[in-house]
Design a protein around this ligand. Structure first.
Ligand code: AMP
Length: 432
């Protein structure tokens, strides 16, 4: 099969690496890709927002299957356009991708179908939104309705902070994403990510993961796209996974099918494990980044037939096998990220780093120039490792990080700390 992968981050490098391992894949293209992806696929300078250009490329290269990595093309309807042109594609339709593209859409779907989530109201004007905040008090959460690249959520500790968030959003700081807001109850508990592969009617759970969103050690500093992750999430027991499938994922699939917009693709549920049980914080319509990287390391089965089965609507009798090991990834970012950062600093030592046992390095924002690898983004590298324990995976990942010579970059030194602590406590109980 000829495959076209769309995207250019660490998620897409992990997908390209896994798809390249499939005996079904003959030729893999990636648009636009990055210098790490170029080791697995032929990178092509296509503008993926230009659907006609993508379709033209697929016809010219006889592409059999398109895998869409990021959310923006999904929300823009790339899968609808490809399928209309007779090209098979993995991912939700434009309407189904609203599960990520509109927080209000998802909240209304939850309310109508009894899916556990934070209590909320939707607003299209600042005045009533502020009245609601004053009436409810703090803490309270303010969210822009649309896609805001991770910048659309303010967890406000005070009423003043929430009111300021309303002003910022309605003043156009987030463009169209902020012309409607959702204001919701602040949930407490531990967060976890749950991934399910969906074919419109059926879903199979993938693995669970936890990520670190804050930029600095100890989960401090501003939010980022994610500074590291590990899989499985120790809080996600078998019983909890079952509840999430029964109470959240399957009712969502049924509701989407009933409205004539069956959901196909990866459904990524951000969860809060509250005292009352798991509650949905948000949906994403694609794999998480960097969660995808740890999932792909743990996936034993061939990914490609699973993606095709999801697209074809035949997941019912499908099964996936996973390595029991823990996978952990440390994100290396350019100094200054998530604020302003420079591009073009030189990265050395990647080959030595990749030689550490159990280690796989995925590129997120790099480019090759004159035989050197240069930083070309905010999040630049994903240093991933498998281990029998979280502590071992963590030690391996940091051993690799320490072989990378890149003065222009930094990483957190504590990825997985919560899981390592849990592991230590359990070991102490077992061997006093
Ligand atoms: P989201 O973009 O919706 O995933 O939100 C980003 C982060 O904000 C989440 O990962 C949570 O840490 C936090 N968050 C979002 N909604 C809530 C909520 N209702 N209660 C508490 N924290 C929340």
């Amino acid at each position: 099969m000829n495959i076209l992968l769309l995207g250019s981050g660490g998620r897409e490098h992990a997908l390209a690496w896994k798809i390249a391992a499939s005996p079904l894949a003959d030729k893999i293209y990636c648009a636009p890709g990055n210098s790490g992806i170029a080791q697995e696929a032929e990178c092509v300078a296509l503008d993926i927002a230009d659907h006609a250009a993508v379709i033209g490329f697929c016809k010219e290269k006889r592409i059999d299957f398109v895998v869409v990595g990021p959310e923006a093309p999904l929300c823009a309807g790339i899968v609808d356009d490809l399928e209309l042109a007779g090209i098979k594609a993995f991912g939700p339709s434009r309407v189904a991708a609203q599960l990520e593209g509109s927080k209000g859409f998802t909240k209304d779907l939850c309310r109508a179908n009894g899916i556990p989530t934070a209590a909320y109201e939707r607003f299209t004007a600042a005045g009533p939104a502020k009245d609601y905040i004053r009436a409810r008090g703090a803490p309270i959460v303010v969210k822009a309705d649309g896609l805001a690249a991770g910048k659309g959520v303010v967890v406000a500790a005070t009423v003043e902070e929430a009111l300021a968030a309303i002003d910022t959003m309605f003043d156009g700081a987030l463009g169209n994403a902020g012309t409607e807001v959702v204001i919701e109850e602040c949930l407490t508990g531990e967060e976890a990510s749950f991934f399910a592969l969906c074919d419109g009617a059926n879903a199979i759970p993938l693995a669970t993961a936890q990520d670190h969103k804050r930029v600095f050690d100890g989960d401090k500093g501003p939010n980022t796209g994610g500074m590291g992750a590990y899989s499985p999430a120790p809080v996600m027991t078998e019983a909890m996974n079952r509840r999430v499938m029964d109470e959240i994922i399957m009712p969502t699939l049924h509701a989407m099918a009933a409205m004539g917009a069956p959901y196909k693709g990866v459904l990524y549920a951000g969860l809060m494990l509250t005292a009352q049980g798991p509650k949905l914080i948000e949906y994403n319509a694609r794999f998480g980044d960097p969660e995808c990287q740890v999932l792909m390391l743990r996936l034993m089965s061939d990914l490609l037939p699973a993606l095709i089965a999801a697209r074809d609507g035949v997941l019912r009798n499908f099964d996936l096998r996973w390595y029991p090991e823990v996978a952990l990834t440390v994100v290396m970012a350019a100094n200054g990220y998530p604020g302003n950062y420079a591009r073009g600093s030189v990265i050395e030592g990647l080959t030595e780093a990749a030689n550490v046992e159990g280690v796989e390095i995925f590129h997120a924002g790099t480019k090759a120039e004159g035989g050197r690898i240069l930083a070309n983004g905010g999040r630049v590298l994903n240093v991933c490792a498998l281990g029998r324990t979280v502590a071992e995976a963590q030690a391996r990942a940091y051993a690799a990080v320490d072989r990378i010579r890149w003065p222009g970059g930094f990483c957190r030194r504590d990825i997985g700390w919560r899981a390592v602590e849990r592991e230590r406590e359990r070991n102490q109980r077992v061997s006093p």
